[in-house]
Write a protein that binds this ligand. Sequence first.
Ligand code: NAX
Ligand code: ADP
Ligand code: K
Length: 615
Amino acid sequence: MDLVTAEQMRQLDRMTIEKLGIPAIALMENAGRAIAEEVIALCRRGGSAHGERAGRSGSGGVGGSGRSGWSGSGDGSEDGGSSESGWSGWSRSGESREDGGASGNSGEDGAGRRGECGPGAERIRGGNGGVGGPAVLPPGFAVSGDRALTLDASGEHWLILAGKGNNGGDGLAAARYLREAGIAVTLVYAAAPESLAGEAAVQRDAAAAMGLPAVVYGRDVIDFAACSGIVDALLGTGSAGAPRGAYAALIAAANSSGKRIVSADIPSGLNADTGELHEPCIHAAVTVCLAFLKRGLVQYPGAGAAGQVVVRSIGIPAASAREAGVQASLLTPEVLRTRLGVDVSRRRSPEGHKGTYGHVLLAAGSLAMSGAGLLAARAALRAGCGLVTWALPDKLLPYVIGAAPEIMLAAAGGREDGTWNAGTAAEVLRLGAVRDVTATGPGLGRFEGDGEWLRMLWEGTQGPLVLDADALNILADCDYSAWSCPGRPVILTPHPGEMARLAGLTTAEVQRDRIGLALAYATQHGVVLVLKGAHSVIATPDGEAYVNITGHPGMGTGGAGDVLTGIISGLLAQGLNAVQAAVFGVYLHGLAGERAAGARTHPAGLIAGDIIEAL
Ligand SMILES: NC(=O)C1=CN([C@@H]2O[C@H](COP(=O)(O)OP(=O)(O)OC[C@H]3O[C@@H](n4cnc5c(N)ncnc54)[C@H](O)[C@@H]3O)[C@@H](O)[C@H]2O)[C@@H](O)CC1
Ligand SMILES: Nc1ncnc2c1ncn2[C@@H]1O[C@H](COP(=O)(O)OP(=O)(O)O)[C@@H](O)[C@H]1O
Ligand SMILES: [K+]
């Protein structure tokens, strides 16, 4: 599923309108209808103001997955609705869902019971079927009802907060469909209705012609207490800076009303590109994202403010994204399979042997941080590689012998106190020369001459090189753009603190636009970059980015990153290329974290070793 910026979205709109000749008002109608369908689906589910969000945060419930609140669109992407194991939270929105499908041909009535009239037919009450009984229709005759747009006994009253741009137009269109579904609506204009232009003005006039009640901010009293829910159609991708004036006041009032909020496209106040929240910003129960997923909806804190995100198609062809130069994707099993060519089943050859699956050399660990090396080495084996050799300071050897009998140990020299020294580089290079992958960093520590040590590895390693933890801190202190590169891939796996040191920024600056920064760094330095943290971003040297949504807040525990280093190295050893290994490694690491968190009485008890055992 493609991830777009606001500018790319504008370009995609233009391409559809100009090249395909689809009028803008048609796209807006589709948007309005999609929003209305999701409001109705929410009413059917009876979600409370924040109940919809419980699955998203994954912070409270045992085993709650960080992505259980995501739905893919009908035709806005190639990959909704996968039944891949570990992807149970993902469902295709619209067409086939029991709670809001556009065709809605399930034959179920409003209470979820299956009707007797067969697919495509609604039960007709009264008539000649007896008191309260279903009508008897002639054979072969069925009356189709629009399940997606009908709601029994609603008693619902929704406020439609409308800005003066196209986002407001979407909300006004949604209002008409909601009214048709039997839901009472009141339009709340943030600006004088006369100031609306273009398609939004067409929608304003249609709503007025239909007799929908309307109030205007600053002129009329707006009764938030009396409504049962709010459609936020104040600001979309045309928003610039923090919401001002009436927009700010309405956002604040909507948030404090405690009512369910469904946002059109993005929560108003969100930076659609970066995921930054302006003050104030809507906190939605559901965000109905139109056409393409906006980058800001998958990056925190924006991902938290959006609630459940549903991507709905509105008539803009999915294939046009690549034409518009979109280079970021949400990571799904389908993307792994089709875009990256990864065998997600990790099939093993019946005649395979340990030599088939590759050999990792890991240079890691020191006396006080030996566990980091052990975790990474064990994770590499659990990721499926054939052999792991752990190179470590001589003095560490007696303490780790037997800790994991499957791992081979290689004493690489080092200091009397069990730390590394510059002289070990030659031995690490020698060991690495006959292995498939070299990984270093976990528990490495800093030492005199470490910059030169790393330069020797960088320039001398022939196979893929994975750098994490202190190897990244060493790198940050070097001008490595001057180092010669033997043409093999390098994977860097920084957490936001390490990324800040690498990029010469503060951690807050790193978190401000994680996708943008990861892309810029990876392309500028010719590396595969894994920017870790909730919704890790993987960026490639040729300018593609993938955002991972597997994982669990329980993974915020010492050593979880060392496990990731091991997994990526283990996949590289098995022959995956650097991008495949980084992307699939992050994905598997997150899935294992979810599984491990779910297996504990409380996910707070998760420790890094549990992630390895869940691989
Ligand atoms: N063909 C299209 O262009 C389509 C656009 N769509 C919708 O249109 C939206 C984008 O529409 P627009 O480009 O008109 O922009 P918006 O509707 O997001 O906002 C623009 C309006 O808000 C005002 N504004 C911007 N920043 C503000 C701030 N910080 N405080 C107060 N007011 C502010 C501007 O003066 C302008 O009036 C999308 O998010 C989507 O909802 C959909 O209808 C689909 C088709
Ligand atoms: N809230 C979260 N949601 C998903 N994954 C998380 C979350 N917090 C941490 N992680 C993952 O756990 C790992 C932590 O890595 P890191 O900070 O390097 O730990 P360490 O240095 O202790 O090994 C990263 O892969 C990160 O993406
Ligand atoms: K909005």
